[in-house]
Ligand binder design. Sequence first.
Ligand code: CA
Ligand code: CA
Length: 372
Amino acid sequence: MDAAQALKCRHPRRTVQYPVTDALDHHFELEFLEGHSQFAQRYIEVVVERIFYIANRSWDGKLTLPQFRKADIIGILRNIEDGIDIGVDAPGVFSYKHFYVLYCSFVELDSNRDHLLNARDLLRYFTGTLSRRTISRIMMGKGKPSEYVSSRSKSSWAARTRQEMRLSKGPLRYDLNVRLSDCRMTFKDFVWFLLSEIDKTTPTALEYWFRCLDLDGDGVLTVYELEYFYDEQICRMEEDMAGDLIMLDDLMCQLSDMIRPEHEGMFTLKDLRKAPPAHIPVFVDAFTNLTRFLDHESRTTYLQRQLAQISARSLPKSSFADVIRMRIDFLANLPNPWIEFADLEYAALLNDQQPQGDGQAQAGDASSDHPM
Ligand SMILES: [Ca+2]
Ligand SMILES: [Ca+2]
């Protein structure tokens, strides 16, 4: 069976799974997973999802031949011949470290250990940084369509009828008929969520968040839709902040200056794709993630200070053109947000895993059955 035929089969993920399993079985850096079938299975799931995360831009769970070619799976496999994590500056989709961070982050939130997250679990993500309205959209599968099908929606004739009636009326603005208590996030959904949450500069992350914010799914983020999300942020700022609030009108002016949409007050995916990638996290976090949104300002100030230091150190010894080049090099070499996050989290997890007094891992520790 060639690649085109294989991808037409009913389970395209299985097609991608074969080379991943083969790498797992034969790569010297993954030998320690032998005999740890649960970890090995989860590792394969993460690698396959990460390949789809890069390649599949139609959100339909399928992979076309052009997408398969664009994902360059053969190239990825060739790259890991020399190493996966060891001696590699920027580990890729096969990274065991990245898998481990994803897995432990999921387990930490999965309070009842049923391998599914509910909206309440997601409220605990980074100590409550996501707004409730954002969590609702994520849990409804608006970012990435969820893998989870509830037993209620599978079996209930009434639910099916309601769904058909809704669809016959066209898209509804706020999807209020979706029962949040029926929604769950699977581990595979979580991989897409966490990758998109940590690094919002990637094309897939941008689409993920755009889909979450686009309440009526018409491909345009209007002021009304953004206000729906920002209202909650304002309430949270009123509760948590002592200083001045950032009001919606001021925010919209700032975002318009950053993104420069074709039509004032209306942001399309095309507008956001044309904007500098560094501006996307500010835009998304303003409506979804209050802590990160407020962090952007201090990070920007910090970067500006570092850039000013480069200029102060180099001038007047170096020419102005050289200083500009140094500043561009500095910005180009800033660490990738996902890799930076995964490195820090992995180090913290290993640290937590150190023997605690009696030499045993702590009870309930997500990493207590870690094979390393
Ligand atoms: Ca659970
Ligand atoms: Ca819209």
